[in-house]
Write a protein that binds this ligand. Structure first.
Ligand code: DX5
Ligand code: ZN
Length: 232
């Protein structure tokens, strides 16, 4: 049995916003795989975070992939700005904008990996016509707009359903929200191979930020190994 390792993408929504560059350098030193950049516009979700200028600044500090999650209404103009700012993966919500198929095509035209995210209230069937335009599907396991929420176990069935829809396509299945040591295995067992985690990665237990981040990232990676999931 191949030992598939999951990709761990810490969300900087849980970082210290006054030291984002330093926090990203710490994440990279702690061997994160990607950095998940939660962009919120205060309209699609109530929270307002950061724009392309912050992403461009962070790009100068790290070389790992920037996984940009656009929780914004005006996706059409945002994808070009974030592509220019150095994003590697750009995910847009199937619930945002009228022409999501075209937006996913545009992301690829810009030379980036395209992703589509779906909220807990959105059925997986909404993805059917997008499977040939995306490199990543993000199943939200919390309602978007804030970190520190409880994982919605109701989304495990959707993760399995999306895994089946993907079939043999080269599409990553990202799960975003409320990921912890306790649920990482069942999320991976259901088919998730990219785990986004903010609160559980940035949990501090010592005076050494890199050591804490590294232990939390490694802990999630190990917890998600096959065979660790509770019996269904
Ligand atoms: C929520 C964001 C998530 C969230 C993850 O809208 O998309 O990425 O910040 O943070 P935790 O792990 O705290 O749920
Ligand atoms: Zn996110």
């Amino acid at each position: 049995m191949t030992c598939q390792t999951v990709t761990i993408a810490p969300s900087i929504l849980s970082a210290d916003f006054s030291r984002l560059g330093e926090e990203c350098k710490h994440l990279e030193a702690a061997a994160c795989d990607w950095i998940h950049v939660d962009v919120m516009d205060g309209h699609f979700v109530p929270t307002l975070t950061f724009g392309p200028a912050v992403c461009a600044s962070l790009r100068k500090h790290v070389s790992c992939p920037l996984d940009v999650h656009l929780m914004v209404d005006c996706v059409d103009q945002m994808v070009d700005d974030f592509a220019a700012a150095g994003a590697d993966i750009i995910s847009v919500h199937v619930e945002a904008g009228r022409h999501i198929h075209r937006v996913c095509q545009r992301i690829r035209e810009l030379g980036k990996k395209s992703g589509v995210a779906i909220n807990p209230g959105t059925p997986a069937v909404m993805l059917e016509e997008l499977l040939d335009t995306v490199d990543l599907i993000c199943v939200m396991s919390v309602n978007p707009g804030a970190g520190g929420q409880r994982f919605l176990a109701s989304q495990l069935a959707k993760i399995r359903q999306v895994r089946d829809m993907i079939g043999h396509r080269d599409i990553l299945l990202e799960v975003d929200g409320g990921i912890t040591l306790e649920n990482a295995a069942e999320v991976a067992d259901a088919g998730g191979n990219v785990l986004v985690a903010g609160t559980s990665v940035f949990a501090r237990t010592s005076s050494d930020p890199v050591a804490d981040l590294s232990a939390n990232i490694m802990g999630l990676r190990q917890a998600a190994q096959p065979g660790n999931a509770p019996d269904r």
